[in-house]
Design a binder for this molecule. Structure first.
Ligand code: MN
Length: 500
């Protein structure tokens, strides 16, 4: 009979017990052969809350184990009778480990165990690679070959050293700026939560190393969700205006790779640190450069914080998790296993209430007006909806209007056009799987402006210079709409014959 150190009874799952109840009880593990390896495994499993039972022939060793709270049984694991004894006690085990250091002992133990516990999940230790096949043939579910495991651990050590080196280089680069000098952490223009959260994390890493930095951005923070993000989390950022850049000795470029391309650093600026997750074709020259094609730059920075062992407070955790969520569109777009790992780390540290507030901020009156105009001015050709809202102050409202209009019954593509004194802006959304909207936008608008996007979302910007001769506002709006509609429908292959 198993000797119970804790006085707990060997509870059995009877046939009448529901599957749910049996799942709720602690997982029960049996260890046959408790030398140094068996002992290490037994201890680890017990520390993780498993119910661990040990069978070994050495009674003095078992006495020690019993004192540590294990259930023990003194038997020779090679004997058929041992497995029979275990069945008689009506214990069933979720996992059975056979871990002695003798190949022959393990082989016999496996044979006996499989006779009595045909359904049990059995893990067996092999002493050399050749035994693996034989043990599997005898019904072992997993064959552990210690050499393999050590080799793997060695490889992991190499990875760890690579990571450590990378972090050392980052810190060395940060510190190389010297005393009383400031880093400018530049994010792309009209920054999104991923860029801002990543910059926030890098600023924190710099601060922990005694270096001051500011987060710098160009353009505007337009979308109300992004404004809510910055305001609610109290993130301080500086807008890049004429002389601002002169105050900084070195620059870090975050969530972007090339100075001057969608960011307000002058092209050709020497950048000290570049961290990005976008695919890059250019050669990059920086003291520290890290580009991994993950779902978000926030994932890369979360890894840094973990590697550097820096505590992550609520604000930073909330910012980074929200950055990952938005860039992966709620883990639905370009999400990589590492994004999930980072999110799992951040999740328990997040301020849920704050996150809720960020995700559902009040919509500004202007945005409501623009959505209203977009609904009113909509024109539908086949399943394509095109709407011109005229002059706007906040171009992010266009994308929100397009999002909204895509919900209309029968509409598969929604395009919303707006303009300010400098540009015409076009925002598109598609749920038509036959259309790659980003590609269509590039074909239609790249020659007269800039355009880009993915298969379901796209945007374009066309300088008003094209229409510089037109003075009358209403005429301008009409001309712009006609030109854009024509170009887009031509690319899509729909004839612009009026309302459908
Ligand atoms: Mn990003």
């Amino acid at each position: 009979m198993f000797k119970k150190a804790s006085g707990r009874r060997c509870v059995t799952v009877s046939e009448g017990e529901s599957a749910n109840e049996s799942e709720q009880r602690r997982s029960r593990c049996l260890i046959l052969g408790c030398g140094s390896l068996g002992f290490a495994v037994a201890r680890e499993l017990k520390s993780r809350g498993f119910d661990v039972h040990v069978v070994d022939i050495d009674e003095t060793r078992l006495e020690l184990l019993k004192q540590e709270g294990f259930s023990t049984l003194a038997c020779d694991i090679r004997e058929e009778n041992t497995a029979k004894k275990l069945t008689r006690q009506n214990c069933d085990f979720d996992v059975i480990f056979i871990l002695s250091n003798s190949a022959e002992t393990n082989r016999l133990a496996l044979l006996n165990i499989k006779k009595e516990f045909s359904d049990a999940y059995v893990v067996v230790r092999a002493t050399d690679a050749k035994e693996k096949e034989e043990l599997e043939g005898l019904g072992a579910d997993v064959v552990l070959f210690p050499l393999d495991i050590i080799t793997e651990a060695a490889v992991r050590q190499v990875e760890k050293i690579k990571t450590e080196k990378r972090m050392k280089r980052l810190i060395r680069t940060i510190k190389s700026i010297g005393e009383n000098r400031k880093y400018g952490i530049v994010v792309h223009d009209n920054p999104d939560p991923d860029a801002i959260a990543s910059a926030l994390a890098l600023r924190y890493i710099m601060k922990e190393n005694g270096i001051c930095a500011d987060i710098l951005y160009g353009g505007i923070i337009g979308h109300q969700v992004n404004r809510a993000f910055v305001n609610l989390l109290g993130i301080e950022m500086r807008r890049i205006e004429s002389d601002v850049l002169r105050e900084y000795s070195k620059f870090a470029l975050i969530d972007a790779t090339v100075p001057g391309s969608n960011n307000s650093l002058p092209a050709g600026t020497k950048v000290s640190i570049i961290i990005d997750h976008h695919p890059a074709s250019n050669d990059v020259d920086a003291e520290f450069y890290d580009r991994e094609e993950l779902g978000a730059t926030s994932t890369i920075l979360t890894k840094y914080l973990r590697w550097l062992n820096l505590p992550v407070d609520k604000v930073l955790a909330t910012a980074l998790l929200y950055g990952i969520k938005t860039d992966t569109n709620g883990f639905k777009r370009n999400a990589h296993p590492e994004d999930f790992i980072a999110a799992a780390f951040l999740y328990p540290r997040v301020d849920r209430e704050l996150l809720d507030q960020i995700e559902t901020p009040p919509v500004s009156a202007e945005t409501v007006n623009i959505i209203g105009k977009a609904i009113q001015n909509r024109k539908i050709r086949h399943s394509y909806l095109i709407s011109n809202v005229g002059f706007i102050a906040n171009r992010d409202a266009l994308a929100q209007a397009a999002d909204y209009l895509l919900n209309l019954e029968g509409v598969t593509v929604a395009i919303v056009i707006g303009m300010n004194d400098e540009n015409i802006y076009v925002s598109g959304r598609s749920k038509d799987i036959r259309v790659n909207l980003g590609e269509a936008f590039r074909q239609a608008f790249d020659k007269i402006g800039s355009a880009g996007g993915h298969s379901t979302t796209a945007a374009a910007q066309i300088p008003l210079g094209l229409f510089s001769g037109v003075k009358e506002k209403d005429t301008l709006i009409k001309l712009a709409e006609d030109a854009i509609t024509k170009r887009f429908l031509a690319v899509i292959g729909v004839d612009d014959g009026g309302e459908g």
